[in-house]
Design a protein around this ligand. Structure first.
Ligand code: AMP
Length: 142
């Protein structure tokens, strides 16, 4: 199972924001869309990623005034991405190593989706169920 399979099931929608929107606006978007991260874009250029953790950290550091700051000040600018052919296992390795739960998907330089740890776990479980069923059939038919 790979990223293309995951996107086929969940679609290619990605919540994006510009670098100047405030943390309050970003938090509102995360809450409305029930997601954990937004990708920061300038036109077609990927500038960074902001997750709920970044907002919590900023408020802990600066107090409520942080909420009026633009996301470009707190975003992670070195974004790790994945490609359509990457396997679920590769995504799990990447998320574990980088200690984050979101991976934007890039195809030919363009943002074509995002995969969260929830998507990865869901597909890994489905894969395990299929493998178990195949093994059960193999055992009962032999
Ligand atoms: P998360 O676990 O996704 O909420 O993110 C935890 C931290 O990692 C936050 O500081 C995010 O900005 C950062 N982060 C999230 N996704 C990525 C990514 N794909 N590449 C680099 N940093 C990321």
């Amino acid at each position: 199972m790979n990223v293309a399979t995951i996107l086929k099931a969940k679609g290619s929608d990605v919540a994006t924001v510009g670098p100047t929107i405030t943390l309050t606006e970003a938090a509102r978007l995360l809450s409305e869309k029930r997601i954990g991260a937004v990708v920061v874009m300038h036109g077609q250029q990927l500038l960074g990623i902001v997750s709920e953790r970044d907002i919590v950290k900023a408020v802990a550091r600066m107090g409520v005034e942080a909420l009026d700051r633009p996301v470009r000040e707190i975003m992670t600018a070195r974004v790790v991405t994945c490609g359509l052919n990457d396997s679920v296992d590769e995504l799990m390795d990447s998320m574990t190593e980088g200690r984050f739960r979101h991976l934007p998907v890039i195809e030919r330089g363009a943002l074509v989706g995002i995969v969260s740890i929830g998507d990865v776990v869901k597909h890994r479980i489905a894969e395990t169920v299929m493998e178990t069923e195949a093994l059960r059939l193999y055992i009962t038919n032999s």
